[in-house]
Ligand binder design. Structure first.
Ligand SMILES: Cc1cc2nc3c(=O)[nH]c(=O)nc-3n(C[C@H](O)[C@H](O)[C@H](O)COP(=O)(O)OP(=O)(O)OC[C@H]3O[C@@H](n4cnc5c(N)ncnc54)[C@H](O)[C@@H]3O)c2cc1C
Ligand code: FES
Length: 233
């Protein structure tokens, strides 16, 4: 079983977990994590924050029982990791912005390392965190607070936006992009059980019918998602 190297609180309730081993994965893909036997029943999905030789990292917010258990992990503890799963962000050319709101910044450190020319927008509601780390990975990092993240973003400057964060933020970006040629890709957070397309727990209401966040996503073209039905926004 993989072993924890470190597990550090980088801001209030936000933790960075580093696990030893050789791992693979693309930007926007995720792993299912498990640091307990039966309670909670299900493993928990987390996006790849970073992969380096000999280690993988996850950035997570403590929300409930599973993430609370993760936050108790100490160096040397064992952890179950399955993955990588899902379809992540596409490999595109052109001018790209990575837009993360809250802990939705998690997939964009690894993405920034692969797209160093992309602009990275980091949205925070309280104290910012890991901004210097992002600055070492990306050419241009723009920290923002609250609603200014979407309001100030000039979508038309970009061929594509990769977004992850609160549903209202992703929907607002999709709406702003309707009047430009910009393609907006969103990474959707859904409850997951199997993680491999077998149980339908993670259904996403799309305009062409239901899709599975774990196997078809978690990254979708925003214009394909029925945000009204999905989130009642
Ligand atoms: C593909 C994918 C990647 C993710 N990547 C990250 C990541 O990198 N960092 C991170 O912090 N979180 C990420 N998440 C969310 C993370 O999986 C959940 O926060 C976690 O499963 C919560 O487990 P818990 O046992 O702590 O909380 P629970 O006890 O399961 O839930 C606590 C509260 O949070 C709500 N909640 C829990 N999970 C979700 C969810 N998926 N969507 C909406 N509401 C939820 C519940 O309704 C409840 O109110 C990701 C989710 C998905 C689907
Ligand atoms: S989590 Fe089972 S189908 Fe997606």
């Amino acid at each position: 079983m993989p072993t924890v190297i470190s597990n550090t609180e980088v801001a209030g309730n936000i933790w960075l977990l580093t696990v030893e081993g050789e791992f693979s994965g693309g930007m926007g893909q995720f792993y299912m994590l498990r640091a307990w036997k039966n309670d909670p029943l299900l493993s928990r999905p987390l996006s790849i924050f970073n992969i380096k030789p000999g280690m993988i990292q996850f950035l997570y917010k403590v929300r409930g029982k599973g993430t609370m258990r993760l936050a108790r992990l100490k160096p040397g503890d064992s952890i179950g990791l399955e993955g990588p799963f899902g379809n992540g962000f596409p490999n595109l050319k052109g001018k790209i912005a990575l837009v993360g709101g809250g802990v939705g910044i998690a997939p964009f450190y690894y993405a920034a390392k692969q797209l160093p020319a992309a602009d990275v927008y980091l949205g925070f509601s309280h104290e910012p965190y890991l901004v210097d780390e992002f600055r070492r990975a990306a050419r241009r990092v723009i920290p923002k607070f609250g609603l200014s993240l979407v309001n100030d973003l000039e979508i038309g400057l970009y061929d594509a936006i990769f977004a992850c964060g609160p549903n209202a933020m992703m929907r607002a970006l999709a709406q702003k992009a309707e009047h430009t040629g910009t393609a907006v890709y969103v990474s959707l957070e859904k409850h997951m059980a199997c993680g491999i397309g077998a149980c339908l727990v993670c259904s996403v209401v799309c305009k062409e019918g239901n899709r599975k966040a774990c196997a078809d996503g978690p990254v979708f073209l925003a214009r394909e998602v029925n945000f009204d039905a999905e989130y009642g926004l």
